[in-house]
Design a protein around this ligand. Sequence first.
Ligand code: GMT
Length: 381
Amino acid sequence: MRIGIVCYPTYGGSGVVATELGKALAKKGHQVHFITYQEPVRLDSFHENIFYHEVSALDYPLFQYQPYESALASKIVDVAKFEKLDILHVHYAIPHASAAMIARSILKESGYNLPFVTTLHGTDITLVGKDPSYKPVVEYSINHSDGITSVSASLRDDTYANFNIRNKIEVIPNFIDFERFRKTDKEHFKKAIAPSGEKILIHISNFRKVKRVEDVVRMFSKVVKKISSKLLLVGDGPERMGAEMLCRNLGICDHVRFLGKQDKVEDLLAISDLFILPSETESFGLAALEAMACEVPVISSNAGGLPEINIEGKTGYMSDVGDYEDMAKHAIYILEDETRLQEFKANAFAHARTFDIDNILPQYEAYYERTLRMNDVEFVI
Ligand code: GMT
């Protein structure tokens, strides 16, 4: 198949999922065309089946905001015609689904049928999408997508609850590439971070408000009193400064390292004992799954899709949003007993295996085929 993929290219879950999916499809022999405003961060190596088309929006003094959606729709039209795309897959509804819809209408006028699948990722529904400033367009473009998928059952249910959706939403969960995310021996690195054999807790996110990074710091300040430990905070964003100030106020700076944005998070996960994700909302929690693939159990909130990946009492524990005392209690329980910790690590890894990309990729391929058949498009697999 010739597949167009539209996504956000920068750091962030939806862009990562879209890029990894595109790379895996290309490996299987499909021709994949990324259409974005910047080369996707994870598109880090050459593959003969992968193509990148940059969207550039002409600037003009009249525009207070650049009309990116129009530029994207125009680019989709151009790429679809020239590269003879069979199907388009857009990740994150805003503004990708409405741009795809416009492109499809334009193409139809010249007799070209380009069905598109929209994958809902989370904040495009739970935070931004349901805001009145976007809602009518998001609802309309979801209803007019040729296929809709969501990354968890929880997000599917949230979408039905918040929008008037007429079509079936297929749940296709996020996935792990075990060639990249697996525990490797990084003992020398561990020694540098935790020279006295301290346990290592880690949080990885974009440090947006919804991630509740201050809860991570507060829960760690309780843990460190009972367990000799270090906290790694990986990523950057608006909440970082507040978290740094809180560490100073709580007097725990010597035990906390802010590492900023890191590309090779698997190396950090390889030396970690516990992953912390206390998010306000989390449609899936890919970062937690990546941790589990590296044999790191998870202490998380019970928001959104987290209960679909973090199995209570097996792969970790969940608490109500904001209950960092409870999170600390669970963290101490896991970390204070080495045999128990090893058991949780093994369970986390075993559960992550069910999200192996080899199990999930065929679900996307089958969904594309079904969407094309329903739209009477002939294609070569
Ligand atoms: O919140 C983020 O980390 C970024 C955001 C995105 O769309 O880029 O992530 C969402 O999509 C990820 C991939 O499907 C999910 O793993 C995250 O749970 C989801 N974030 C939220 O729902 C807050």
